[in-house]
Design a protein around this ligand. Structure first.
Ligand code: NCD
Length: 365
């Protein structure tokens, strides 16, 4: 062991009978397993959200945002879940998702503990990740996970749901697969941005960049089935085209999409531009995937080419995809989008613990 802390023992690999069969199933067949009494219990995939839920959670986010602005409102929010504890298990780098969940918990009064590095937990002694998670479940009422492996949050929820102490699990990013809470805040941002022009229904949205490995784009694409007449422009270099599974989904749900590598031509056509970063951490061939693709960057000069109501979004972190000069334009909404994440995640946690009626009541009182 030179300098860097490594495992004392190889991680233990447990065999969970039935998991492989479960994991291989279609998402649609698995959704019920993550619900209880007609409510979502674990938040694992964005296919779990229907239009009713999306409208409801956007409305709840709005109420929370308004309440949190006042001293008495924020005090009321803080009392709602002061008896609950949450665990943030974030073993893949994160700034926004981590901080917005942490602050969402604070807004509702939950106490929070976190692990951000497996070298500080018993996993370094060889404990399996699933056993570590069961341990967290012994102490807390909610577990929020960001993990490099695509199915890790799902497996955790699957294991816990069969234990004597099932606690809800939220997927805060599962490798290159999904990021359902980011998709929720993206929807909230789109709906807020288009509130004066009929909401998201009927809009044209460009998604730009690494559509192959960007989990935010994947999760957001799934949600489009809930909106009427949305058209997606999937703008990427050839090697980062969106994967077949998403295209199959879009076709199945009759969501119009156009694949193109012409960023410039797309700009004037759309109501929203969702920029993304090249996900170099998932490179299979680092040399072939080293380019930055400046022809897909949003530059200051492009501001004159987009429609007056068009919003520019980005899940962040940004690298060079959007010039900083663009930030000053009122159509650049990514910093608001980031803050929307905190309100949306607060709403989601309030929903999971079933206290949202109290929030609506306080607001109308
Ligand atoms: C994204 C992520 O981690 O998937 N960021 C985020 O959660 N806001 C996007 C990215 O890393 O590019």
């Amino acid at each position: 062991m030179e300098g860097q802390m490594t495992h004392f023992s190889e991680p233990t690999v447990q065999n969970y009978a039935g998991w492989d069969e479960f994991y291989a199933k279609d998402v649609d067949e698995k959704i019920d397993f993550f619900s209880k009494e007609n409510r979502l219990f674990d938040i694992i995939f964005s296919q779990q959200f229907d239009r009713n839920f999306l409208d409801y959670i956007c409305r709840l986010s709005n109420s929370i945002r308004l309440l949190a602005k006042t001293k008495s409102g924020s005090r009321k929010l803080r009392r709602l879940l002061a008896h609950k504890r949450a665990m943030l298990y974030f073993v893949q780098p994160s700034t926004r998702t981590f901080l917005s969940f942490l602050n969402a918990c604070h807004i509702l009064g939950l106490k929070v503990s976190d692990i951000r590095d497996t070298s500080t937990s018993s996993e370094i002694k060889g404990e399996s990740q699933e056993d570590s998670i069961r341990t967290f479940a012994s102490y807390v009422d909610l577990i929020i996970i960001r993990h490099l492996e695509a199915g890790f949050s799902e497996k955790t929820a699957w294991v816990l749901n069969q234990s004597e102490r099932p606690v809800p699990v939220i997927n805060g990013g599962s490798g290159p697969d999904q990021h359902p809470t980011q998709a929720l805040l993206d929807i909230y941002t789109l709906e807020r941005s288009f509130a004066h022009i009929g909401g998201l229904d009927g809009k044209k949205i460009a998604m730009v960049g690494d559509l192959k490995r960007g989990r935010t784009v994947r999760s957001l694409s799934y949600l489009m089935k809930n909106y009427k007449d949305v058209t997606l422009y999937l703008v990427s270099p050839e090697i980062f085209k969106i994967k077949e599974d998403i295209k199959t989904f879009l076709n199945k749900h009759e969501i119009q999409f156009i694949e193109t590598d012409d960023f410039r031509q797309t700009l004037p056509l759309v109501d929203a531009i969702y920029m993304t970063r090249i996900q170099k951490e998932y490179a299979e061939d680092a040399t072939a995937e080293a380019d930055d693709y400046p022809e897909f960057f949003f530059k200051q000069e492009h501001l004159t080419e987009i429609q007056p109501h068009c919003v520019i979004m980005h899940p962040l972190p940004r690298r060079y995809e959007i010039e900083v000069e663009v930030d000053k334009d009122p159509r650049a909404v990514y910093w608001r989008q980031e803050r929307n994440g905190m309100w949306m995640r607060t709403a989601l946690i309030a929903y999971i613990f079933g206290v949202e009626k109290k929030i609506f009541k306080v607001l109308t009182a």
